[in-house]
Ligand binder design. Sequence first.
Ligand code: SF4
Ligand code: SF4
Length: 100
Amino acid sequence: MAHQVAYISDDADVLPRPPGALPGDEFRETCTQCGDCSAVCTAKAITLDDDGFPVLSALALCQDCGLCADICTRGAIAFAAVTWSGLQDMLAAEKDCIWI
Ligand code: SF4
Ligand code: SF4
């Protein structure tokens, strides 16, 4: 699946935010720097910058799973179409698993 980075920070020197993140200053004003999105990212694609804001530091690792959007209660990361679809696919796959 091709990764879509629709929301790049205003600052060209700053790494992209996670997929679906609010743009620029709006993101920094909304994010509480709780780190939950980084913690939930099983792909280890998100790290925190020097100010504690999440950055998509390993773009190639992102699976568009949507977990970062799902856990962000502040709405700093919203679902994009690709991450919403990714989450639905993951949930469907889990539903099909047989737990023993
Ligand atoms: S989960 Fe949301 S509020 Fe917390 S660090 Fe990530 S983007 Fe910011
Ligand atoms: S969409 Fe999934 S893999 Fe990509 S940054 Fe968010 S939690 Fe990590």
